[in-house]
Every structure is written in structure tokens, then in C-alpha cells.
Design a protein around this ligand. Structure first.
Ligand code: NDP
Length: 291
């Protein structure tokens, strides 16, 4: 039976570390979250982000805009937040309504305040090994991997999924750790064989329990990013992209869903906001909060 990677516990420790640094900083970090429309899942995420931001001793500025907000109105808000010295981090909750160009909006954020790490400049910096704001979910996965394995150098890593928010930045981070990285996706041939090579397997697909036990190399470290709501035995529940019960018999260590990667995402958002605040005020950056 595998070791369970306790993302929930790790995230609580990380949030406490962030709060400890914030209390002695001499300036209050501020995170602005912009929600356009009334998607219920996004509203829950935004509420949780606000609660955890305040619990860490930071200011939370929430901007809820109607679904029919124009692009120019949204860009106007972002320009105001860019210019506001009390705001160190800006996050635009995705997805945006279809009439808004997400790339245009994200790239309007000051890259120094881009705590999601989605601005094209931060993407380029990450890809070229420069100091970047790193996307929160892959950063959280990296922290869990480092904590579990120490050095990742030379390990074979397979990332299933090539999205801009998880798969690609995850692969970049693993490459920077000197892993040998394979990115798999929906057109990958012989996916089970590809996965069986992995010392580190990261699943970021969005397909419930797709990765089966016999896809996993014995002893591998499995990071399950997927969050999928299913109904089983008449009950609604969350499952990952990995068939947890089977995989836990084979893997060396594995993240559960829920309680694995999920809680790391907001904890890393707080860490990124603290990092952005330290950089804005030329304060020393606490160690271990970024890649
Ligand atoms: P996307 O839908 O943007 O990307 C999914 C990726 O999976 C694509 O690259 C797609 O390939 C690939 N894929 C789809 N089907 C298959 C298949 N049958 N075999 C191999 N690859 C496949 O999703 P995200 O990256 O945004 O999210 C992935 C999962 O992670 C979701 O469950 C999401 O809810 C979860 N998530 C969790 C977070 C957390 O905080 N824990 C944060 C963000 C996401 P292709 O490119 O070829 O289409």
C-alpha cells in the first residue's frame, strides 16, 4: 500500500508559514480577485480564496462583475488594480464569459502582480529559467514532489495533459528540476505504456479514474490533479483522474482526491501573493515559497 501524500496537511502548514511571514512583514499584502458572471463553481472558489486570504492576514479585494460586463470595463478595472499600491496580486477567475478574450485580459495584468502566472511574460520566464510568477497548481504539485522525493534530478516524469494552466507549466517545472519529461495528451499513442515508464506520474486530464493501476510503475510517485464530480451508489462524490483504490496498491506514494493537490492551489496563491508583495517592496523573499 502506498504512502498517502497529505496535500491538505502540507497546505495548512504552508498557509501558516505564509501567515507567519505576513505578520512580521511591515506591509499588508493585498490580493484582488475578479469574478465575471455567476458560475456557481467559480463563486465557491472565489469565496474560499477570500476567506483564506484574510486568514493569512492579507487584504482580500473581491470584484464581482455582471456576466455582460464589456471587455473595456474589465480592462479598465485591471488597469486600476495595476496602479493600486495596496494590491500586490491580481487574479481573474477563469473561465470568463465567451464574449471576453481571456488572453487579452490576462495579458493586461501587470506581470509583477500576476499571481496566477498566466501572463505571457511569466510563461516565457518560466520556460527560459528566469524568475517568474509560477502557476499555483503545478507549483503545489512540485512542492509535494520535493517534499516526498528530495531531488528529482534524473527521474522519468510523465505529465498527462497539456493545458496552459496545469500540464505545460508542470512539465516546465519538472524539466527545470532535471527530470526527463514526457507530456502526454489525447493523441498520445499507447498511453498506458508511456505511463509505465514514469517514476513521477502527474495526471491532469479531467477524466474520472482514467489512469488504472496497471499503468503505474511499481513504487512510482503519483500526483492526481483531476477533480471530477461523479455519482456512485446514488451519492455525489469527487474523484481524481487516477483509479485511487487500484493505484494505491502499486504506487510508492499517491495524492488522494479530495485532500491532495486541491488544497495546495489556494495555499500557493497566498504564497505567490506574499512573494509579489516582497518583490514590490524590495523585501527579502521567504525561502521555499516558489519554484
Ligand atoms: P484541460 O481540459 O484544459 O486539459 C485536459 C488535458 O487532458 C488536455 O491536454 C487533453 O489533451 C488531455 N486529455 C483529455 N482526454 C485525454 C485522454 N483520454 N488521454 C490523454 N489525455 C487526455 O484541463 P485542465 O488542465 O484545466 O484540468 C485538468 C484536470 O485538473 C481537471 O479535472 C481539473 O478540474 C483539474 N484541476 C484541478 C486543480 C486543482 O486545484 N487541483 C486546478 C486546475 C485543474 P488535448 O490537449 O489533446 O485535448
Amino acid at each position: 500500500m502506498s504512502v498517502l501524500i497529505d496535500g491538505k496537511g502540507f497546505a495548512a502548514t504552508l498557509r501558516a508559514r505564509v501567515a507567519g511571514h505576513v505578520s512580521g512583514l511591515g506591509v499588508v499584502p493585498g490580493l484582488a480577485v475578479v469574478l465575471v458572471g455567476d458560475d456557481p463553481a467559480s463563486a465557491v472558489y472565489v469565496r474560499n480564496k477570500g476567506i483564506q486570504t484574510r486568514e493569512a492576514g492579507m487584504n482580500s479585494f473581491e470584484h464581482r462583475l455582471p456576466a455582460d460586463t464589456s471587455e473595456s470595463a474589465l480592462l479598465g478595472l485591471i488597469h486600476r488594480l495595476n496602479a493600486d499600491p495596496a494590491v500586490h496580486g491580481i487574479l481573474v477567475q477563469l473561465p470568463l464569459p465567451a464574449h471576453l478574450n481571456a488572453d487579452l485580459v490576462i495579458n493586461a495584468i501587470d506581470p509583477a502582480k500576476d499571481v496566477d502566472g498566466f501572463h505571457i511574460l511569466n510563461v516565457g520566464r518560466l520556460g527560459t529559467g528566469q524568475k517568474a510568477m509560477v502557476p499555483c497548481t503545478p507549483l503545489g504539485c512540485l512542492m509535494l514532489l520535493r517534499d516526498r522525493l528530495g531531488s528529482l534530478a534524473g527521474l522519468d516524469a510523465v505529465v498527462i495533459g497539456r493545458s496552459n494552466i496545469v500540464g505545460k507549466p508542470m512539465a516546465q517545472l519538472l524539466l527545470a528540476e532535471s527530470c526527463t519529461v514526457t507530456i502526454a495528451h489525447s493523441r498520445t499513442r499507447n498511453l498506458p505504456d508511456v505511463c509505465r515508464r514514469a517514476d513521477i506520474l502527474v495526471a491532469a486530464v479531467g477524466r474520472p479514474e482514467m489512469v488504472k493501476a496497471d499503468w503505474i510503475k511499481p513504487g512510482a510517485t503519483v500526483i492526481d490533479v483531476g477533480i471530477n464530480r461523479i455519482t456512485r451508489d446514488g451519492k455525489s462524490r469527487l474523484v481524481g483522474d487516477v483509479d485511487f483504490a487500484g493505484a494505491a496498491q502499486i504506487a510508492g506514494a499517491i495524492t488522494p482526491v479530495p485532500g491532495g493537490v486541491g488544497p495546495m492551489t489556494i495555499a500557493c496563491l497566498l504564497a505567490n501573493t506574499l512573494t509579489a508583495c516582497c518583490r514590490a517592496h524590495h523585501l527579502p523573499e521567504p525561502e521555499g515559497l516558489t519554484a
